[in-house]
Design a binder for this molecule. Structure first.
Ligand code: R5P
Length: 289
């Protein structure tokens, strides 16, 4: 098996290859002056089983086009099987027609990945697992919660409370809480579909100095975590730790969370960056063998 990685997934690709004891290599890529993407598979892949890993952030549209070009090139060059791993699947939050006339973006992207020739598809903590139902090929969503639990177990926290900032993430908080034997709960969040503004109501939780771990799938603008942190602090939370699978951290997200009182930001390496302290390499390697 050969592990190929695209731009921005090199560290995770190398780690996975190590776990799998497989050869690994970056796919050649560049961007032409007019913005078009160029892709080249650097070795002969005829008859090979290939693992292709490419996250779709930053610059989602570019990463998706590259992904499609890479899959199609690998198949066209004779790869026997192409298993595609997209650690962070962009567009997954648009999984329904929330307003009349909207594109159901994640469905379109997944259909394109399948049409390009992917034989199997793996992702991590996709916003809603049902999105994968559109695929006819084998598809699996891998939960990062085991890796997150391992990390939290080794942190020195004071009687931590696991908090989901919205009802949608309660299942994640529950699994994490149960794995670690910790209390968990959630806030109620609504987002204005046009302005994007969020409103959050916290069930009255009195933290009495206990540390609070806010867990979410994505941190994008940091608004959700900042709001949840403020409510937690009003409930006399001790330290507040923000932990997520995919840290996009748009613009001043980090500053926004820090100003709200977040003490630590921790993420996995589905999006590689300053805060990706938890690796999902072993979870992915286990699934794709
Ligand atoms: C939404 O339902 C997601 O689970 C996250 O809570 C959301 O995407 C975070 O976005 P932001 O950081 O912009 O508030």
């Amino acid at each position: 098996m050969i592990v190929f990685y695209g731009p921005y997934s090199s560290k995770l690709g190398e780690k996975m290859a190590k776990q799998l004891n497989a050869k690994s290599m970056g796919i050649e890529h560049k961007i032409f002056p007019d913005g078009e993407s160029y892709i080249r598979v650097p070795i002969n892949v005829k008859g090979e089983n290939v693992l292709l890993i490419q996250s779709t952030y930053p610059n989602q549209d570019k990463r998706i086009i590259e992904l499609l070009l890479m899959i199609d090139a690998l198949k066209d060059l004779g790869a026997e099987k192409v298993k595609v791993i997209v650690p962070y699947m962009a567009y997954a939050r648009q999984d329904a027609r929330f307003r009349e006339g909207e594109a159901i973006s994640i469905r379109t992207i997944l259909k394109l990945i399948e049409a390009a020739g992917a034989d199997e598809f793996f992702t991590v903590d996709i916003h809603k697992e049902f999105s994968l139902d559109i695929l006819k090929i084998k598809a699996k969503n891998i939960m990062a919660v085991n890796a997150i639990a391992e990390f939290l177990r080794n942190m020195d926290l004071k009687s931590p409370f696991i908090l989901s900032p919205d009802r949608g993430g309660l299942e994640r908080a529950r699994i994490l809480g149960e794995k670690l034997g910790l209390e968990f709960g959630y806030f109620e969040k609504t987002r204005d579909r046009i302005s994007g503004a969020i409103t959050m109501r916290g069930e009255k939780i009195e933290f009495n100095g206990r540390d609070v771990v806010i867990v979410d799938d994505v941190i994008s603008t940091g608004g959700t975590i900042a709001t949840a942190c403020r409510i937690a602090k009003e409930g006399r939370a001790g330290k507040v730790i923000a932990i997520c699978t995919h840290a996009l951290l748009i613009n001043n997200a980090v500053e926004k969370m820090r100003l709200a009182g977040v003490d630590d930001i921790i993420a996995t390496d589905t999006v590689e960056g300053e805060f990706s302290k938890i690796t999902v390499a072993h979870l992915l390697a286990r699934e794709v063998q």
